[in-house]
Ligand binder design. Structure first.
Ligand code: GCW
Length: 710
């Protein structure tokens, strides 16, 4: 026994030591491990550095909160690394020849005449180059201290990308108050759908003793404006609410706090019973309400800035209010009332569905579940409840339409749940930039009452003037040096943060920013990497799941390999209904499941008539014969063949594109990524052959170009 414990302790020590050495070495000799992600702050060339010659040499800071101090340290670090100069933090209060950090109200005490063009909202900031009493100053002012930190990160990002600060006068405001990530980390250290190593938070049922990576993660999150992180799996272990565990979680909140990241927890609704000792978890039982109140009070004693809870209930085997014939509103509200006095919120996930559907019944449809469950409850949720809705009605497939529930809640807060984790999109082993996909869903116009009502405005609470709402990204960073197990996948984490901050930003702009920060500004590198990222979703889609049929992955297994047959003949409801004659789910109102009827009238008109439905979602909405002719002029079957061959060819082309960068980026990341692209090219052929042969066997229709079935 003792010897096992000793060995374990030794191994743990060794792994901590290894991590420490890796990071230290990387910093000393700049071995590119990917750990620094987009916060590399490399030394600027003499020419690039010239633009910042007149950067003030002092920092003047109003206030001394944790976030302000972090902002100051980050600024000193970034400028030192990029310009080799040490900014003076000498406690001066005169804003002349200084970079001035502070809230706008503090700034006004000193310099009353300075005003940004717009009023600053919470977390918004203003960057302004100005002259005060004849000498240059650079103002980083914000509505609150966290905004100052964001302003500093923005300033450093501009320098790293070579943008001039000489005449800067820029206000940036977040689009919505909620910009959170959910990590699906289990307390034993494994991560559900984790592809980047074990948890940075937990190991062996406890909070890790070393939380260095957790702090570094919070820094990465803050740099892109993310202000909340749920640290444990939505399939929540009730143990997170044990008194002793809450105290441990407080240590994670301590490393998040300086970065303005609020910690939150996923909770199991049955906790009052399974760990609290009550005989019930019925949300309407007063003892249950009281239990939640006491538990929440206890949490706030340890974590005064605790963010709130995420709830997955009545979903995939999780217990929920249906046990007692209660509604999601009953369940959400009882917890929300406990959190309300402390300013906390409840994210109640709309991912509630029956996974034992009868697949023989052609009217059954999992896609309808979220709307069916939550639309009738619109208006029944308390003001600090947010309904967290996955972007599409199924489950993060390579292409889905926007969930109709976004348009179905007018008197309820909502947020969109996007999956940064590439669960169904290549598991971070295939290059697949999700920013273009997210742009499509965020821009999708629901046409509520015939007006422009894009999803981004609905979730931000702008359409129905909701008090809170926004963007949640499911992320799976782990202990791997490069966080996600692949340097290129980090573009998705970066892109999520940037879109949550400003969904108006174009995919091109976001990807270019990320590329410059990650690999530098060599024009060939910027052009090549950006082009690869921007085309990658389309390419992945074309060799995995075209025409909206879903990703045809092995859905009962690893969600990675091709497995089109696994979708059918089970209750999970990810059906594509392929048979000998045709393929696709009939979700029409006229003859199908009626799912299309959940959309506002104008959107229904887009999807219901077969001849109007866009090709890329055809099989999501309609069951058609393989010989059906698309808008493109091709038959469905020929499109499937062609797109798989084309997709696999284009995946192989990534290798050649990447090889043009030999010598233009560091050898470590060059070789690492090259190997990944070679693997992807091989996998794309596996996918191509699996899907083409499967559909050929089913349909018996040969490929017009004679490639399939040889
Ligand atoms: O897609 C499914 C995933 C599960 C996940 C679930 C959810 C956390 O395969 O791993 O569980 O979605 O979103 O709750």
């Amino acid at each position: 026994m003792t010897s096992i414990r000793t060995i374990r302790a030794a191994l743990r020590f060794a792994s901590v030591l290894t991590l420490f050495c890796t990071v230290a070495l990387a910093q000393l000799s700049r071995i590119e491990t990917g750990t620094e992600a987009w916060l590399r702050y490399p030394a600027l060339t003499a020419q690039a550095a010239q633009s910042y010659q007149s950067l003030p040499s002092h920092i003047v800071m109003f206030g001394d909160s944790g976030s302000l101090k972090t902002a100051e340290q980050e600024l000193v670090r970034g400028v030192a690394q990029m310009l080799g100069e040490t900014l003076q933090e000498d406690g001066r209060s005169s804003p002349q020849n200084a970079i001035v950090l502070g809230t706008l109200s503090q700034l006004h005490v000193m310099v009353p005449a300075l005003h940004p063009a717009q009023e600053l909202r919470s977390d918004g900031y203003w960057l302004k180059a100005t002259k005060i009493h004849g000498s240059r100053s650079l103002i980083v002012a914000a509505a609150n201290d966290r905004g100052v930190l964001y302003g500093v990160f923005a300033l450093l990002s501009k320098m790293a990308r070579g943008e001039s600060l000489a005449h800067i006068d820029e206000v940036q405001q977040p689009y919505a108050p909620v910009r959170w990530v959910n990590q699906w980390d289990n307390l034993d250290g494994r991560i559900e759908r984790g592809y980047g190593g074990p948890s940075i938070f937990f190991s062996d049922g406890k909070v890790r003793s070393d939380l260095m990576r957790a702090g570094e993660y919070a820094r990465l999150l803050a740099s892109i404006g993310i202000n909340g992180c749920t640290i444990n799996n939505v399939n929540a272990a009730p143990g997170v609410l044990e008194d002793s565990f809450i105290a441990q979680v407080g240590r994670i909140a301590d490393v998040f706090r300086p970065w303005g990241v609020q910690l939150s927890l996923s909770v199991d609704l049955s906790s009052p019973k399974v760990m609290g000792g009550l005989e019930t978890f019925d949300p309407l039982d007063p003892r249950v309400g009281e239990w939640w109140r006491k538990k929440v009070d206890e949490i706030y004693q340890h974590i005064p800035d605790f963010g709130g809870f995420v709830v997955k209930a009545d979903s995939e085997g999780r217990l929920g209010p249906s046990t007692y014939g209660r509604t999601p509103a009953d369940a959400a509200n009882v917890i929300a009332r406990a959190l309300k006095p402390h300013g906390g919120v409840v994210f109640y996930r709309a991912f509630v569905y029956n996974h034992h559907l009868d697949w023989n019944d052609l009217k059954n449809d999992r896609a309808k579940a979220a709307y069916d469950n939550f639309h009738p409850l619109d208006g029944a949720f308390d003001d600090n409840v947010i309904i967290q809705i996955k972007n599409g009605p199924i489950d993060f497939q390579v292409r889905e339409p926007a969930s109709p529930l976004f348009a179905g809640l007018h008197r309820t807060n909502e947020s969109i749940e996007l999956q940064i984790t590439q669960e169904y999109t290549g598991q971070q082993r295939h290059l697949c930039s999700l920013v273009p996909m997210w742009k499509e869903v965020l821009n999708f116009d629901m046409r509520i009452n015939g007006n422009a009502t894009p999803v981004k405005d609905l979730v931000a609470g702008r359409v129905f003037h909701r008090p809170v709402g926004g963007f949640v990204g499911v992320a799976n960073v782990g202990m791997d040096a490069d966080w996600l197990g692949s340097p290129l996948a980090m573009a998705n984490l970066y892109g999520f943060g940037r879109l949550a901050w400003d969904p108006q930003l174009s995919a091109e702009r976001i990807v270019e920013e990320w590329t410059r920060l990650t690999f530098g500004s060599d024009p060939l590198v910027v052009k090549t990497v950006s082009a690869m990222q921007l085309s990658s979703w389309n390419i992945y889609e074309s060799y995995t799941g075209p025409l909206g049929a879903g990703t045809l992955t092995n859905i009962t297994g690893n969600h990675f390999d091709p497995g089109p047959e696994s979708s059918e003949e089970n209750g999970w409801g990810q059906w594509h209904r392929a048979d000998h004659v045709g393929i696709g789910m009939d979700r029409t109102v006229a003859t199908g499941t009626g799912y299309i009827g959940q959309y506002p009238a104008e959107v229904q008109k887009l999807f219901e008539p077969l001849n109007r439905c866009p090709d890329n979602l055809l099989l999501f909405f309609h069951h058609v014969p393989y010989t059906y002719v698309l808008h493109s002029g091709k038959t469905v079957i020929q499109h499937v063949y062609d797109s798989h061959y084309d997709g696999a060819d284009r995946a192989r082309d990534f290798i050649a594109q990447w090889q043009t960068l030999s010598g233009h980026i560091d050898q470590e990341r060059y070789s690492d990524i090259l190997a990944r692209l070679q693997y992807q090219a091989g996998e794309a052929v596996v996918w191509r052959d699996a899907i083409c042969n499967w559909i050929y066997r089913l349909s018996g229709i040969p490929d017009a170009k004679s490639r399939v079935g040889k």
